[in-house]
Design a protein around this ligand. Sequence first.
Ligand code: ATP
Ligand code: MG
Ligand code: MG
Length: 551
Amino acid sequence: DTTPPAHFLRQIVKADQDSGKHSKIVTRFPPEPNGYLHIGHAKSICLNFGLAQEFGGECHLRFDDTNPAKEEQEYIDAILQDVEWLGFQWAGKVRHASDYFDQLHAWAIDLIKAGKAYVCELTPEQAREYRGTLTEPGKNSPFRERSVDENLDQFARMTAGEFPDGTKVLRAMIDMSAPNMNLRDPIIYRIRHAQHHQTGDKWCVYPSYDFTHGQSDAIEGITHSICTLEFEDHRPLYDWFLQNLPVPCQPRQYEFARLNLNYTVTSKRKLKQLVDEGHVSGWDDPRMSTLSAFRRRGYTPASIREFCERIGVTRSDGVVDMGMLEFCIRDDLDAHAPRAMCVLKPIKVVITNYPEGQVENLALPRHPKQDIGTRTLPFSREIYIDAGDYMVDPPKGYKRLVPGGEVRLRGSYVIRADEAVTDDAGNVVELRCSYDPDTLGKNPEGRKVKGVIHWVPAAESIECEVRLYDRLFTAPNPDKSDTGGGFLDNINPQSLITLTGCRAEPSLASASLDDRFQFEREGYFCLDSKDSTAERPVFNRTVTLRDSWGQ
Ligand code: ATP
Ligand code: MG
Ligand code: MG
């Protein structure tokens, strides 16, 4: 049975459809274009698009673009790309909250005419004082007494650009003693003389999030407006606007717990700080928690969707282990990624008894279980193996090459280490080995060779760069720092290891950006989409073969 378990939102949507309350489910994903999408957004995307898909409805993509100062076209483009990459398609055109600025403005005037909104000139400090606290009621602004006509005139002049930023706001007149602070005459319009990426300089007053969101939902016929728990106590305000305005329908807001992932941050503000201060190379630095970073690192959309399904949807906050995400990508890549060999720290091996000039083209399966063909590896007298696969004083249980010992070369012969050539500092620079010609595809006579190591041909292998990533933060909760300095204190200085002079098997010369590989014994890798060139391939390690964190 592949039917996913019915989390509470699935149950609500199903009940609404079964009862005929809604004939068609309409959801939306409403990002603010003030940064790149992160793994937390993936949870919301999978939930909103997933529910629409599952129940034969539709999901809108709507940019929540009411704050022109922080928003940019670059972010809009990145968000569109990320949603499509995750495998979802929005219904109809891309929408913007700013598409509704005319309607929202007209509704603000309706509220003024109904005596339910007023222009207030308290300074921010005064407004804070009048607002009261959680335990004390607020008090009415003196501007609450303004007449409808004066309010209409003031709002018209705000809109016409007569006043500087921050001097006046339009507030809904609700209840300054409401226990829910959001109902204490919330701001619905503010003055902001700023260029907007969609509406240019048409407006110098912009609606607040609260005044925009529910009404945009209503305009679009959203049935289930799903957001994270921090909006729970905005819901009475969401409902208040819908009840006090002539909106075409009454959407309902539901909240779920946001995704928190350990060893990382999922806040656009913090991610932007990492970029702006140069702690990472950009929003798509493969160590970031953004979707563009996961894409560049080699994560598949399917693995992220699977992760979002596995973590479930609840109303209680928790922290998900990064290991769960890694499990999902490992599982996917183990099943699908072709195998290849790449030697990260090469030392040359000369097989002294192998005839000079002879080459055998060995065919190795691309995958141990999938029938996806073979690749060719030329075997001859000189090969590379990894420096870590030869030790003079091996620890107990070491199954690789030791002086006088034998090991199997993956898909090839058994070799024995006869002699090590060292440099002045005593480092092994070359091994001289002999091979047993009777061991291709069969066990040697009369002895057991346990170890199998990877290798590449010296002449035909290609030089490449390999980037190994570790977690960007050393603490499970990066926001909690011992020194009180914040999340930047917990940056892992060893989160990126760049290896140059690595040697990849020749079949990798034709790798494309969409390919993903298991480099045997080293992990899963893909080409880096930014820095890799045909002459200088750069491979990113997506994830290790096993969960070795903390070992
Ligand atoms: P940030 O704090 O990173 O700026 P945000 O909530 O302000 O996040 P939005 O662009 O407003 O970012 O988010 C779009 C949608 O994605 C919202 O519905 C929001 O609730 C949801 N979302 C954001 N972060 C998470 C998260 N960590 N887990 C689940 N959903 C999230
Ligand atoms: Mg938001
Ligand atoms: Mg935000």
